[in-house]
Design a protein around this ligand. Structure first.
Ligand code: UDP
Ligand code: MG
Length: 333
């Protein structure tokens, strides 16, 4: 595995670690009944001698995922099941799992085995060297379609140009976090959870490990382009205020341009007299300015809607229950 040293590690790594850490794997599951069994099998095979805690979050699956998970939970004391009251989306499901995880280190993973469990050995190795965050970098995205790679590329470029927090490229949610980082992430109060951004914002000594992203083990993807677009928009407006501020400058340049244009028209009329009334130029100006105004209203709307969501102070997710060792544990709230 390739180890990528990052220049932006905020302070030198701290050594001294727990000898045999409890590793919590946080796995959001939406309609993953085919994959959970394969997942446990593959992880146990890859990490036979580690202390593991499986935190599966059932994100309101319409199929029999919950029954499958509870069957594992009864059989295997390492399996914890967090059952949400409905589908809250992957980001909220991950938050629920991270809240329930008790491990010394926490690793969010997809249920479909696209995040290869063998990489966790490299994660632990780096963690033992003192890094609090070790994130997986997708070296080769051949398992994704061409258009998904292209749009992802565009998103990282745009995000890192606009946002105050830089997120490393081709880094998913698959990463190891030390308990200190987990507690920091848990203390972030915002309701709109763009986890990649939050993980990057908390900082701590970080390092990347390259890996090759596998194909889905079974089942189908739950993310279509409309969901991805909304996800990207969420990320941008939660971590950047530039789209709001940029309208001042666009407005100023348009106003300046129109003053100059007005001067030109006045001068031309004085020198050459009145010419044929310009229908085309008026229409262009009206339509262009109308468009600019609608876009800027839309941008303000995006931020307003998030303010609205935050001000409602609703919980991130609601629990139907948590199950440990096959038993229903009451809601923690
Ligand atoms: N997922 C979830 N809630 C959702 C959608 C997806 O918990 O509403 C989970 C899903 O079960 C999987 C992970 O998020 O464990 C990644 O989803 P998927 O593999 O469909 O996305 P992709 O890898 O294609 O981006
Ligand atoms: Mg997947």
């Amino acid at each position: 595995m390739e180890i990528v040293e990052l220049a932006d590690s905020p302070r030198p790594p701290r050594p001294a670690r727990v000898v045999d850490p409890l590793i919590s794997l946080v796995v959001p599951c939406y309609a993953e009944s085919e994959t959970v069994g394969l997942f446990i099998e593959a992880v146990d095979k890859a990490l036979p001698d580690k202390r593991l805690e499986y935190v599966f979050v059932n994100d309101g699956s319409p199929d029999d995922t919950l029954d499958k998970l509870l069957a594992f939970c009864r059989r295997d004391p390492r399996v914890v099941v967090v059952d949400l009251s409905r589908n809250f989306g992957k980001e909220a499901a991950m938050s629920a799992g991270i809240d329930a995880a008790t491990g010394d280190v926490v690793i969010p993973m997809d249920a479909d085995l696209q995040d290869p469990p063998e990489v966790i050995h490299d994660f632990l190795d780096r963690w033992n060297h003192g890094y609090d965050v070790v994130y997986g970098i997708r070296n080769d995205r051949n398992s994704d379609t061409r258009s998904k790679r292209m749009t992802a590329n565009l998103f990282y470029r745009l995000f890192n140009r606009l946002a105050e927090t830089e997120i490393p490229r081709d880094v998913g949610d698959f990463r190891l976090m030390d308990r200190v980082v987990v507690d920091a992430v848990k203390s972030m109060p915002e309701r709109t959870r763009f986890m990649k951004g939050i993980f990057a914002w908390v900082g701590f000594p970080s390092i990347g490990v390259g890996y090759v992203r596998a194909h889905r083990a079974a089942g189908t993807t739950k993310f279509n382009y409309w969901r991805l677009w909304n996800f990207a928009l969420e990320g941008l407006v939660s971590f950047s205020t530039l789209p709001l501020r940029i309208w001042t400058y666009i407005g100023m340049s348009v106003a300046l341009g129109s003053v100059i244009f007005a001067l030109v028209i006045v001068l031309r009329t004085l020198v050459f007299g009145r010419d044929v009334p310009g229908y085309a130029s008026i229409m262009t100006a009206v339509l262009f300015l109308g468009g600019v105004q609608l876009i800027s209203l839309g941008v303000i709307g995006e931020y307003m809607s998030r303010l609205f969501l935050e001000s409602k102070q609703r919980p991130l997710y609601l629990l139907q229950g948590i199950y440990r060792e096959g038993k229903h544990v009451q809601k923690p709230q």
